[in-house]
Design a protein around this ligand. Structure first.
Ligand code: FAD
Length: 451
């Protein structure tokens, strides 16, 4: 049977774009449909605009530090419309690069929503049908807002980059990395931030000591973090959004941002009708090679809800192409994936938390918390955390957790050593780079905890 394409990709985000381009480079005929903007969540409303906002918000503290270092500077106000216009121009530039790279590789692009009609047929929004030998579902995810009275008044991370004006006072609901990052960003930009999280501590799933350290720093930086607290209802009043809370603390905000998780984009896609199993959250169930139970249909990235990060989606897309178009069956590697949370201070993490490691057997924990030279000199109280979790038996470093400015950059490099199986003694025999914060990783002599 002949098909219009060897591969049709649904979704032009991190995973879909990489798979489409690599497949086309093997000579395959590739089509790709994107319903919103090329580049997907990461480029248009995720990692990239968020990181640019992190940079923008860092200048308020940097200005104070500069004064402490002898510079005669005063910060004027932050001009959100000016920043937003520059941000939009940058995102359009990046979107253009994604589009042209795909076209240069020979991928045929469709600016349309696509759904599955049968195991080899994709239906575009205008009703046109395209057949393909393989179909790759790379439709990502979207913010999830629970149902409650007044839910229609809230915004999500999708809208935050497009606000006409920055709110004077915002409530952020959620305790995951996106909620915490936006709490820090907006706090740095001068917005009065309250954050509610219904659980006992933010950043669930990460190392507990690091979570506590970050929560403490966020409070010290002026964020009104209320744990064990949730929204009951929101009413729109002339003064703003009136929020009634479970802790009896009612207040009015200019905006309420919900960052309470994300759900895979599978609704109305036609997968369930074809018999492709989804999990309770709507994620596509795939095997180790990203193949669904229908042999011609694969899925990569956030829509599979494995590890929802851009570099992981890219690796999954690349592994799919190796497997299907290069005759080299390849499983994407989900072990020891380093990651960063761009709070202020930043958090870099790889491997097991102390708690998860302890469940596997005896460990040694090496940790140091100290005031770094740069901000200490400026009179700031912030402390950094450097932590290694070591297997007592094999001596391998099972986890590394860093809370410090630049932790994202540091953990990328520590991640290589840990991925290679470095032991505590390998860290110890590496000479320190002085004076840095990271030198602590190779100079911690005695464990602070064992067992
Ligand atoms: C605020 C925020 C911050 C983040 N920060 C980071 C970070 O710092 N580091 C990191 O690694 N990750 C970060 N992420 C996660 C990262 O963005 C995702 O893991 C990544 O984008 C997943 O790529 P993907 O290809 O699976 O999906 P996406 O990038 O979401 O792409 C899916 C695309 O499919 C399109 N689509 C959906 N349905 C259809 C359809 N039926 N037809 C046609 N097109 C369709 C969508 O419009 C979208 O463009 C962040 C996410 C958010 C929301």
């Amino acid at each position: 049977m002949s098909f219009d394409y060897d591969l049709f990709v649904i979704g032009g985000g991190s995973g879909g774009v990489r798979a489409a381009r690599l497949a086309a480079e093997t000579g395959a005929r590739v089509g790709l449909a994107e319903e919103y903007r090329m580049g997907g969540t990461c480029v248009i409303r995720g990692c990239v605009p968020k990181k640019l906002m992190v940079f923008a918000s860092g200048f308020s503290g940097a200005m104070d530090d500069a004064r402490a270092y002898g510079w005669d500077v005063t910060a004027g106000g932050f001009d959100w419309p000016r920043f937003r216009a520059k941000l939009e121009a940058e995102l359009s530039r990046l979107e253009g690069i994604y589009r042209s790279n795909l076209q240069k590789a020979g991928v045929e692009l469709f600016d349309a929503r696509a759904t599955l009609a049968d195991p080899h047929t994709v239906r575009l929004a205008d009703g046109t049908e395209k057949t393909a030998k393989h179909i790759l579902v790379a439709t990502g995810g979207r913010p999830f807002v629970p149902e409650f009275p007044g839910a229609e008044h809230v915004i999500t991370s999708n809208e935050i980059f497009k606000l006409d004006a920055l709110p004077g006072k915002i409530l952020i609901v959620g305790g995951g990395y996106i909620a915490c990052e936006f709490a820090c960003i907006l706090n740095g930009l001068g917005v009065e931030v309250t954050q509610y999280y219904r659980g006992a501590q933010i950043l669930r799933g990460f190392d507990e000591e690091a979570r506590g350290h970050i929560a403490g720093a966020m409070c010290d930086n002026g964020i009104d973090l209320r744990l064990g607290t949730n929204v009951q209802r929101i009413e729109k009043t002339e003064a703003g959004l009136w929020v009634t809370s479970t802790d009896g603390h009612d207040a009015v905000y200019d905006a309420v941002l919900y960052a309470t998780g994300r759900v895979p984009n599978t609704e109305g896609l036609g997968l369930a009708e074809l018999g492709v199993p989804l999990n309770g959250n709507g994620a596509v169930l795939v095997d180790d090679y990203s193949q669904t139970t229908i042999p011609s249909i694969y899925a990569v990235g956030d829509v599979t809800d494995r590890i929802n990060l851009t570099p992981v989606a890219i690796r999954e897309g690349a592994a799919f192409v190796e497997t299907v178009f290069k005759g080299n069956p390849t499983k994407p590697d989900h072990e020891l994936v380093p990651g960063a949370v761009f709070t202020q201070p930043e958090f870099g993490t790889v491997g097991l938390s102390e708690e998860a490691a302890r469940e596997q057997g005896p460990i040694e924990v090496y940790a140091a918390s100290f005031r770094p030279m740069q901000t200490g000199f400026a009179g700031r109280e912030d402390r950094v955390l450097m932590k290694l979790v070591v297997c007592a038996e094999t001596r391998r470093v099972l986890g590394c957790h860093i809370v410090a400015d630049g932790a994202g950059e540091m953990i990328q490099l520590a991640g290589i050593a840990i991925k290679m199986g470095a032991t505590k003694e390998d860290f110890d025999r590496t000479v320190a780079v002085h004076p840095t914060m990271a030198e602590e990783l190779v100079t911690m002599k005695a464990p602070v905890r064992t067992g």
